[in-house]
Design a protein. Structure first.
Length: 544
């Protein structure tokens, strides 16, 4: 019998008795033959069929290769694992995940009828792989959704999870540990549950368009009463069901409050439209927020870290899950060229009295045309060569150069009006994004604060510096003040470095669990929502 590609690697690994992970199977050639266990010479038909079926799936091939091609879901022995998986995927909707993606009904049917074939084993195995992938790290690859999302998801390996699941005395506990272990994730799930309760059953008639308030009477009012009652806002009529009475006004106000609408007790066009539609934009924002929280699951959010929520225009420090510092922020303009990206990195040091090395894009697009018109323009900036030497402007004919050929850089000395203010906070990254002070303090009084070229300006930069230095020095205020007074560019290393998360949540809970909404300034939520819908539709179509 001949096999090719991944199947051959898997079978060879098993024949050699080593059963390494498929990802490392190519290293077999480097293992001394004398060091390998005695080969297996015979395989059952079931084992060969299983090897063939999982060869194209690296995660499942990894697990079954190390498990000797033995099933874990078949027969009475697999019943606890099957029950645990069926129960877990039944919670998909509460996580904002599309239920059809995990085929719970099909798994239940297989469990009732008996699971005794390779195909049925793999039905459960594939559901496990998909569920564990999605609930522990999200359905989507964020970098494929939008170019401004640079986040890399730290997912657990499918093979590792299946090995833990297979040997666990309590397989349900393994599955329960997969979602993000963060109270804010649970607060979002609770909020989604409340939103879902506002959707009336499909058989309940829609309410006609219109506007009704207390004292009015209309046949549509009776329909309004029925639809409200179907979602738990009952209002038994004082007289005719078609009369808009005081109990109905109270029920409308209660519904409006639950739906996040002005609770005036008047059934106007917006209230009626929302009542007919069921869930609203709040639910969509929560669904996206849950997916974003799953992207963060690989980070220890209980550790000390800086958290910058871009749509909120805010930066915080959290420690032990508790907020210990907060300040306003200015972020990149809502322009494709200047939008602040999303990613996580590690803040390694502060720079007090920083020089501002002007980004080349700003130099050639904004300053070069001004220098071509007047070589002494933007006099607060030095023109420097590649070695960092300041070049007198009267030695340069700026008109000779284009944006592509301009050979110089521009730099601003430390000063009171330096564009970076008195301190910048560095977490080196490929996009040259950092936090910094700014002389333009008035921008922090604006409600919308998207004004920068991409970096993040901080409203309380000195206080932020003090708080970052606090764990490592007895008097952080004095250490910072000494560096500032020197007037020289001074580096202060952070020991240990501090994780920084630049995130984008348009719906997020506070410490009480209350959900706050923020504008989708860069339009990223809409793209994620569309991708989530497509993932759900694609999954449902594939399972038909």
């Amino acid at each position: 019998m001949h096999f090719a590609g991944p199947i051959r690697l898997l079978i060879v690994a098993l024949l050699l008795g080593a059963a390494p992970r498929l990802a490392g199977a190519q290293a077999l050639d480097a293992v001394p033959v004398a060091a390998l266990p005695a080969p297996r010479l015979a395989f059952s038909e079931q084992e060969m069929a299983l090897a063939q079926r999982v060869a194209g799936d690296p995660g499942l091939a990894d697990f079954y290769g190390t498990n000797g091609l033995q099933p874990i879901f078949l027969g009475p022995e697999g019943a606890p694992r099957r029950a645990a998986l069926i129960e877990a995927v039944g919670q998909a909707a509460s996580h904002g995940l599309p239920p059809a993606r995990y085929r719970q009904a099909a798994l239940r049917r297989l469990d009732r009828e008996g699971v005794d074939s390779v195909e049925e084993e793999l039905g459960f195995a594939r559901a496990f792989a998909r569920w564990s992938h999605d609930v522990s790290g999200g359905i989507l690859d964020p970098r494929k959704v939008e170019s401004g999302i640079k986040r890399e998801v730290q997912r657990p390996r499918t093979g590792d999870l299946m090995r833990e699941f297979a040997r666990a005395a309590d397989p349900a506990a393994v599955l329960a540990a997969l979602p993000p272990r963060d109270p804010r994730y649970e607060a979002l799930r609770s909020a989604l549950g409340r939103q879902s309760q506002l959707a009336a059953p499909a058989e309940v008639p829609l309410v006609p368009e219109g506007l009704w308030r207390e004292g009015m009477s209309d046949s549509a009012v009776a329909m309004l009463r029925v639809r409200l009652s179907s979602i738990g806002f009952a209002a038994p009529p004082l007289g005719s069901p078609a009369s808009f009475d005081a109990p109905l006004a109270q029920a409308v106000a209660a519904y409006q409050q639950a739906a996040g609408l002005p609770a005036d007790g008047v059934a106007g066009p917006r209230t009626v439209a929302r009542l007919n539609r069921g869930t609203g934009p709040e639910a969509e924002a929560i669904l996206v927020a849950l997916e974003r929280m799953r992207w963060m699951a690989g980070h220890d959010l209980n550790a000390r870290h800086v958290w910058v929520n871009l749509p909120e225009y805010n930066a915080r420090i959290f420690e032990g899950g508790r907020e210990i510092f907060e300040t306003r922020a200015v972020i990149g303009k809502a322009n494709r060229e200047f939008e602040t990206p999303e990613f996580s990195e590690t803040m390694k040091y502060l720079v007090v009295n920083p020089r501002w090395n002007v980004p080349r894009s700003i130099t050639v697009k904004e300053y070069l045309p001004r220098l071509q018109a007047n070589r002494y323009a933007v006099a607060h900036l030095d023109v420097v060569d590649g070695a960092g030497n300041v070049i007198p402007r009267d030695r340069i004919d700026f008109r000779r150069y284009s944006a592509a050929s301009f050979p110089y850089r521009m730099r601003q000395k430390p000063s009171d009006d330096n564009a970076l203010g008195v301190v910048k906070f560095m977490f080196p990254n490929p996009w040259n994004i950092y936090l910094h002070d700014t002389p333009t303090k008035h921008l922090f009084n604006q409600s919308s604060r998207a004004y920068s070229h991409g970096c993040i300006r901080i409203g309380r930069p000195i206080d932020l510096a003090h708080e970052l230095l606090r764990p490592q020095v007895a008097n952080p205020d004095a250490v910072f003040a000494k560096a500032l007074k020197s007037g020289r560019e001074t580096y202060l290393n952070l020991r240990p470095p501090v994780p920084v998360h630049l995130v984008y949540f348009t719906a997020f809970p506070d410490e009480t669990g209350k959900i706050h909404r923020f504008p989708d300034i860069y339009g990223r939520d809409a793209l994620i929502q569309a991708a989530l819908v497509k993932a759900g539709l694609d999954s449902a179509a594939a399972d038909e």
